[in-house]
Write a protein that binds this ligand. Structure first.
Ligand code: AMP
Ligand code: MG
Ligand code: MG
Length: 208
């Protein structure tokens, strides 16, 4: 009789995992200052089934450097047309808040946490841009799981690793385009699911 891998999924400390992966303006050699978010995707992953139940996805119009570089478009697949006339970050943050409300994710009874690949998205990118533009940053952005930590815990590794290495290490087929925010989210969500299927119980990256 085939044994379902799902049998190894343990009760989790969270009802939902919110997988997030920003893309931002960039260039090959020169650093773009300030770098601005151009894609804001979040997947709502059920903490029992590890299936995606809802998606928030918006492209974001950069304002200081409104023209994307050729390098940025080649890296992310995001073309000028995809960001021109899109909302700016302050509007997207409001829409994201409304989505969280609609999905019942702001109910204190419902526990959720962001999941990112690395600490850059919520430790560096969002705080820096909000500080630069003096946008208010909601407190829920202060907690996240950096998927590299549970990966290293489960695999017993300590080396620096990226999304592609983690997919390879877990025998997961990469899907979509690397550096597309929404596709990166889907791949990170697969890593999350496979780690859960291996019996991992996730916790806030700051707590051990
Ligand atoms: P990622 O989530 O790995 O796709 O990267 C997020 C953002 O980091 C990208 O949208 C770029 O702004 C920047 N970035 C990632 N890789 C590179 C790279 N090789 N060169 C320059 N910027 C990069
Ligand atoms: Mg990323
Ligand atoms: Mg990405």
């Amino acid at each position: 009789m085939a044994v379902s891998l799902n049998n190894s999924i343990q009760p989790q400390n969270y009802d939902y995992f919110l997988v997030l992966d920003f893309e931002a303006t960039c260039d090959d050699e020169k650093k773009i200052t300030p770098s601005e978010i151009i894609e804001f995707p979040v997947l709502k992953i059920n903490g029992r089934t590890f299936e995606c139940e809802s998606t928030f996805h918006s492209y974001v119009s950069p304002t200081v450097h409104p023209q994307l570089t050729k390098f940025c478009t080649e890296l992310t697949g995001i073309t000028q047309d995809m960001v021109t006339n899109q909302p700016t970050l302050d509007v997207v943050l409001q829409r994201f808040h409304t989505w969280l409300q609609k999905e019942n994710l702001l109910d204190p009874q419902v526990k959720s946490i962001f999941v990112t690949c690395g600490d850059w998205d919520l430790k560096t990118m969002l705080p820096n841009q909000c500080d630069y533009f003096k946008f208010e940053r909601a407190r829920y952005f202060n907690e996240w799981i950096n998927i590299k930590r549970p990966y290293n815990e489960v695999l017993g590794k300590k080396q620096r690793t990226g999304m592609m290495e983690m997919l390879h290490g877990l025998n997961i087929q990469h899907t979509g385009r690397h550096h597309s925010g929404i596709d990166d989210c889907r791949n990170i969500a697969e890593i999350l699911k496979v780690l859960a299927q291996r019996g991992h119980v996730f916790h806030d990256s700051r707590k051990k």
